[in-house]
Design a binder for this molecule. Structure first.
Ligand SMILES: NC(=O)c1ccc[n+]([C@@H]2O[C@H](COP(=O)([O-])OP(=O)(O)OC[C@H]3O[C@@H](n4cnc5c(N)ncnc54)[C@H](OP(=O)(O)O)[C@@H]3O)[C@@H](O)[C@H]2O)c1
Length: 359
């Protein structure tokens, strides 16, 4: 496979640090440029990140002394050095929109973890195992931007990276109504217990903007490419409550679902066990061998036992049973900064390379 030079914008943040650890030994991608805000710019990475480094492994030796660029001031320099960038920044939405489009217009594709572009109709929002066919909208986006290579592709919110993969293989049964309660880790807010001591022994029943994303983004993933845009699906209808819980990494979701054509439990288990997508077919480097790991034990899946399954790229599903109000209920779980953020973005980039969009 061709080697690609890549940059990370937002390299000092929680997701940026994950990118750095994932890219340190990547077989196709070489980390060539790092960028963050003006506060971090012009410093060696180790100094810029300082005591904010929270990964369990140390900063890779190859990265310690790499210079940190200013993502806005130095965009031309960065775009010249790399084949594409990953972007995970904490900025106002309009500034993120402008920043991502600026890199795309410099013919530097952007694989984004940010929410700013998720509603843009010609920007594909992709869970590679589910809706890889949405990449077909990229030529239309390039026409709008006036680019040959440049485009923006995004991944969806971390909250839905467990329940959308679990519902997607069941679409032949036409899910109609879905109620979901998510139990979300503090790393989803870019935090650790040291930096957010109020979260020890606590639950906070509010995560800004998260319920709206959890209800609306699945409809884009269920959507279809028509006339150069992605048209959202009308169903299933989602209602969500998103709750912050005292967990370092890993988002859990409790799901209740009604189908138009009610499947049996055995049919649901069979679809989950058999589910594979383009990443498995193409044997992409970051693809889990088995995307959905199904548990039959009453007390599984558990965050501490299963969040790192298949390098944190698998999704765990369990506790499938009949419900009294809905047809079925079950529980699912995924690692929010791996599958739900940096790992999901790296897998999306691998898919884009394998499909020829990075040439
Ligand atoms: N954490 C998760 O699990 C998760 C999951 C999915 C999506 N996301 C999304 O990913 C993005 C980053 O999240 P995070 O948790 O990594 O945030 P974070 O830990 O707060 O890091 C934010 C990053 O943005 C950079 N930044 C801030 N202002 C900037 C500017 N004006 N120009 C360039 N860079 C700037 C920061 O650089 P400095 O260090 O220089 O300030 C830092 O590198 C957010 O959009 C978030 O919604 C996060």
């Amino acid at each position: 496979m061709k080697q690609y030079k890549v940059g990370v914008i937002g390299a000092t943040g929680m997701v940026g640090q994950r990118f750095i650890t994932l890219l340190a030994n990547h077989p196709w991608f070489t980390l060539t440029a790092l960028a963050a805000s003006g506060r971090s710019a012009d410093k060696p990475y180790e100094q810029a990140v300082g005591d904010r480094w929270v990964m369990s492994e140390p900063i890779p030796d190859s990265v310690r002394s790499m210079p940190v660029y200013d993502a806005e001031r130095d965009c031309n320099t960065i775009a010249e050095q790399v084949d594409f960038v990953f972007c995970a920044v904490n900025m106002p939405k309009d500034e993120i929109l402008a920043l991502e489009e600026r890199y795309a217009r410099l013919e530097c594709p952007v694989i984004s973890n940010n929410s700013a572009n998720r509603k843009t109709p010609d920007v594909p929002m992709v869970i590679p195992e589910c809706n890889a066919e949405h990449l077909a909208v990229i030529p239309a986006q390039r026409r709008r931007l006036g680019t040959k290579r440049g485009f923006v592709a995004v991944k969806s919110n971390c909250s839905l990276q467990s329940y959308v993969p679990a519902l997607y293989p069941l679409r032949e049964f036409e899910p109609q109504r879905v109620l979901v309660c998510t139990y979300q880790a503090i790393s989803g807010a870019g935090k650790t217990f040291e930096r957010w001591p109020e979260m020890v022994d606590n639950v906070i029943p509010y995560i800004g903007g998260e319920e709206e994303k959890s209800e609306q983004e699945p409809l884009k993933i269920w959507g279809k490419v028509e006339d150069g845009r992605i048209v959202n699906a009308a169903t299933p209808c989602f209602t969500a409550q998103c709750i912050r819980v005292p967990v370092s990494d890993g988002h859990t979701a409790a799901v209740f679902v009604d189908f138009a054509r009610k499947p049996t439990i055995d049919e649901m288990l069979a679809r989950w066990n058999a589910f594979a997508g383009e990443p498995q077919r193409l044997a992409l480097p970051s693809a889990p061998r088995q995307f959905l790991h199904v548990f039959l034990e009453n007390d599984m899946p558990q965050i501490k036992l299963h969040r790192n399954l298949e390098n944190g790229m698998a999704v765990s599903v369990g506790r499938l049973r009949a419900d009294t109000q809905y047809q079925y209920k079950f529980v699912c779980m995924s690692h929010n900064t791996l599958r739900g953020a940096a790992g999901g973005a790296v897998l999306l980039a691998e898919l884009l390379c394998a499909k020829g969009y990075m040439e």
